[in-house]
Design a protein around this ligand. Structure first.
Ligand code: NAD
Length: 440
């Protein structure tokens, strides 16, 4: 097995063991724009830099990837900084299980790039980044002491990066975890309201999904949500208020599933008297994709639109909150387009999570116009108008909506911040100049 393959096929824990034997606790990979290649902090990690240099799928000239081994809990803590032209890289921190380093790196690369696109398309003056913490299966992540310790260390990592990445909540991370991060760094959003944060963004996110559905209906048939049937996968923080908003729009029926019986029971109870068909689904149950409906709304996990599920889909529109719904953006976007299924790109319609917390430091006003305008039908950059623009472009150019949206977002993401310019890159340069990787 080649060294490259070895460093990528081992688990994050095995990598940690290897790094300990050669005395590495911090390391990075930065993209050198002059040399046009990824440079590792340590020569021993060149195989990973080679992998990044050769990868065509997920690596996208990410400005910097910074990692640290947790001092106490043998956990790999990472910050993936994709692009900072529009401002500091912003995106949540995910705490997840990864079988291999390749899985871990690919997740961070893909998610951070996705955040660049999401933030840019929303017109936010933020770049794109993502935090990824690899769960060490040998520790109990639900032990309150261990958990708070890991998140405090994550906050220390963020502080050490001097503000080129600003973290937030994501899958596997909760509000208490954010308080622990906040106890060690100022570079975070999504802190609890008791500490001045904006609180749970799921309700605005659900409203953003409704706006995306309205745009898709307007584009396809000039129609409204009234009388339509919607199928929803996942009735969690977003799925549940989404059901409420859709019934307020007088949809005819909602078919929804969740893997947890208590979630299904709660929904049946909450929406008793409404035309809700809620059922328990196994994690691998794809029946919701074949539901007889007008709109399919994935609100559970990513990669659910793929060659196995696409042939089942009866809906003419897909619009949901889940991140990275298309397993392969290029392949699956093309297939949906070919089949005439309107796909509202997830990062366009689920932007309200980041919109809600992005500008916490500017304080709050009632019905905040900086947030509410994203949900208006007439603001040029609202979810509704952006979705219509993308769908019209998709029709005009005969290209998948996902591709059109990425192209538009990519262009916007390269505009420099009007006041601070490309400061995130300057911060990264200064970290490298100051030998960040040699500090403890
Ligand atoms: P959540 O964890 O509260 O809800 C997800 C629900 O989906 C859970 O109830 C879970 O049991 C269910 N589920 C998981 N796998 C399933 C499966 N195979 N079939 C059916 N149900 C399944 O998460 P959430 O906050 O509601 O977010 C939902 C999705 O939207 C996630 O992908 C998230 O990353 C994305 N998102 C959320 C926000 C937000 O503001 N919360 C913002 C942007 C994107």
């Amino acid at each position: 097995m080649s060294t490259t393959h070895k460093l990528l096929s081992i688990s994050p824990n095995e990598l940690i063991e290897f790094l300990k034997t050669i005395g590495i606790t911090r390391f990075y990979f930065i993209y050198d724009k002059k040399d046009k290649r990824v440079i590792p902090s340590h020569k021993e990690l060149k195989p990973i830099a080679d992998f990044l240099n050769l990868d065509k799928r997920d690596f996208n000239f990410h400005e910097g990837l910074f990692f640290r081994i947790s001092k106490k809990y043998d956990t790999l803590l990472g910050a993936f900084i994709h692009r900072t032209n529009r401002g500091q890289a912003a995106g949540g921190v995910r705490y997840w299980d990864y079988e291999s380093m390749e899985d871990y790196l690919r997740d961070g690369l893909r998610l951070s790039k996705g955040m660049t696109h999401k933030n840019a398309l929303a017109g936010l003056w933020w770049g794109g980044g993502k935090g990824v913490m690899a769960h060490n299966p040998e520790i109990d992540k639900n032990d309150p002491e261990i958990r708070s310790g890991i998140y405090r260390e994550y906050g220390e990592l963020i502080t050490s990066l001097r503000g080129c990445y600003v973290t937030a909540e994501d899958v596997g991370t909760n509000v208490d975890d954010m308080s622990n991060i906040f106890s060690r760094t100022r570079f975070t959003t999504c802190i609890p309201p008791s500490l001045g944060g904006s609180g749970n963004p799921s309700i605005p996110t659900a409203r953003g999904v409704v706006a995306g559905m309205k745009a898709a209906l307007k584009f396809s048939a000039g129609a409204a949500l009234k009388g339509k049937t919607i199928a929803i996968q996942g009735m969690g923080n977003v799925g549940s208020p989404l059901i409420k908003f859709l019934f307020e729009e007088k949809v005819k029926k909602i078919i929804a599933c969740d893997i947890f019986p208590e979630v299904v029971e709660r929904a049946k109870h909450e929406f008793a008297g409404e035309n809700l068909e809620a059922y328990i689904a196994e994690r691998i149950d794809a029946s919701i994709f074949g539901a007889d409906c007008d709109i399919l709304s994935p609100c559970a996990t990513g990669a659910v639109i793929n060659p196995q599920t696409i042939p089942l889909i009866k809906a003419k529109i897909i619009c949901g909150a889940a991140n990275n719904q298309l397993e392969d953006s290029e392949r699956d976007g093309k297939e949906l387009h070919k089949r005439g299924i309107i796909y509202i790109p997830d990062f366009l319609t689920n932007r309200m999570g980041i919109v809600n917390c992005a500008n916490e430091q500017y304080g709050y006003v009632n019905d905040d116009p900086f947030i509410e305008r994203h949900l208006l039908l007439d603001w040029k950059h609202s979810v509704y108008q952006t979705a219509l623009h993308v769908l019209n472009e998709s029709k005009k150019t005969n290209q998948p909506s996902a591709k059109v949206a990425v192209r538009l977002a990519d262009k916007i993401s390269k505009e420099n911040h009007p006041v601070f310019g490309h400061r995130g890159q300057q911060i990264i340069d200064s970290l490298v100049a100051d030998k960040w990787h040699e500090q403890i």
